[in-house]
Design a binder for this molecule. Structure first.
Ligand SMILES: C[S@@+](CC[C@H](N)C(=O)[O-])C[C@H]1O[C@@H](n2cnc3c(N)ncnc32)[C@H](O)[C@@H]1O
Length: 361
């Protein structure tokens, strides 16, 4: 067992000597506590709590270290700008090319040129996928606030013959003037604090008879469709229950982990008709020995190359309501998964849990 001393000390920019002086112990003693070699005498717990201005439960890891300190602002652009590589890696796990083509050609069957408007378009991914499949004369417009991503989208489309335009604006303050045949948003609403407000704006952007298409995941569905050999009895590593963390995120307006499944309800509430929904049929079978099936490797590389990722992960979970023990359980699971995926005979199966929800006005 290890107490949450190093993490708190670093958060307060204190050296081991600073803390040792406050508690009148040697800095070697602090080092031993932090490394789990020794535990502090019980009389030190209230003193530690006093130095850091937290409850004894925080020192013991029973309470989150600093609630909300690390809560990400997904509703906004900074996180996405900093994690552009991750957004692209995710596509390998969540985007199903042939299923999308099937929806466009056989379900939606657009038979006339379509003017598309993409809310929170990022680097224009959805436009890149739609335009080659739509009748000639179609156009793509993206609204996005992040300058870096808009530039990437613009540079890409400038190399193509497709009619395109990018509007750099906050989607909450965007005033729909022009009308479009198809309004879309990909992996957007689960992160937005006011999804209904945005759906209303999307509705106002549609021509009569136009179609709204929202694409979002449900992490519960994704998890239910996940299995790795690590979970076999002999490996003894059952998957921890992530739902309490997601519930915490949801109640703190970080992300709504069930958004994909909720979308038809939201569309009905906002006055849409002919609501339809599809669930991506993609199942990724991951075998590390197969180079083509590397997206999981990419995710782990991205996460684990991040400096101090164990501590970052612990903070992530503890700031989302997990005590020290539960947070260690989550991180142990991740570490074991990473190690398991290094082995040649590893295998994992994963659904994407991505909903395509569409409706007309
Ligand atoms: C999860 S990303 C999805 C991006 C893109 N649709 C895709 O799938 O590649 C969410 C996007 O919404 C953008 N965004 C977030 N809040 C925004 C706001 N208030 N106004 C405009 N864009 C916003 C972010 O910059 C980010 O590009």
């Amino acid at each position: 067992m290890k107490l949450y001393i190093k993490e708190l000390r670093e958060q307060y920019n204190m050296t081991q000597k600073d803390l040792a002086d406050r508690l009148q112990v040697s800095f070697q003693t602090i080092s031993k506590w932090e490394n789990g070699v020794n535990l502090p005498d019980i009389t030190h717990i209230p003193r530690l709590a006093d130095v850091f201005g937290v409850s004894a439960d925080v020192i013991l890891g029973l309470e989150p270290m600093n609630p909300k300190a690390d809560l990400r602002k997904y509703d906004g652009i900074d996180y996405w700008n900093e994690n552009r590589e991750l957004i692209k890696i995710w596509k390998a796990l969540y985007w199903n090319e042939d299923y999308f083509e099937f929806l466009v050609r056989d379900v939606w069957k657009f038979d006339r040129p379509m003017d598309i408007l993409d809310f929170g378009c990022g680097y224009g991914f959805l436009g890149r996928k739609f335009m080659p499949l739509l009748p000639k004369g179609s156009s793509y417009t993206g609204i996005e606030l992040d300058e870096g991503q808009i530039k990437e989208a613009q540079d890409y489309f400038d190399q193509t013959a497709y009619s395109h335009q990018f509007i750099r604006q906050d989607i909450y303050t965007y005033e729909p003037v022009k009308k479009y045949d198809l309004v879309v948003a990909l992996f957007l609403l689960s992160y937005m604090h006011h999804p209904e407000q945005l759906i209303q704006k999307m509705k106002e952007s549609l021509r009569p008879g136009g179609m709204l298409l929202l694409i979002d995941a449900n992490l519960e569905v994704e998890q239910a469709g996940y299995f790795s050999g690590l979970e076999k009895e002999e490996n003894g590593m059952p998957r921890p229950d992530f739902i309490p963390v997601w519930e915490y995120e949801m109640s703190h307006q970080e992300q709504d982990y069930r958004m994909g499944t909720k979308l038809p309800y939201l569309l009905k509430k906002c006055g849409f008709q002919h609501i339809g929904a599809r669930l991506s049929d993609q199942v990724t079978i991951y075998e590390p020995s197969d180079e083509e099936k590397g997206p999981m490797n990419d995710i782990f590389r991205y996460v684990y190359e991040h400096e101090d990722c164990y501590r970052g992960g612990m903070n992530y979970f503890m700031n989302r309501g997990a005590g020290l023990q539960k947070a260690s359980e989550y991180m142990d699971y991740y570490e074991k998964t990473k190690d398991y995926f290094q082995s040649e005979d590893a295998i994992a199966v994963k659904t994407s849990g991505v909903y395509f929800v569409y409706a007309t006005i």
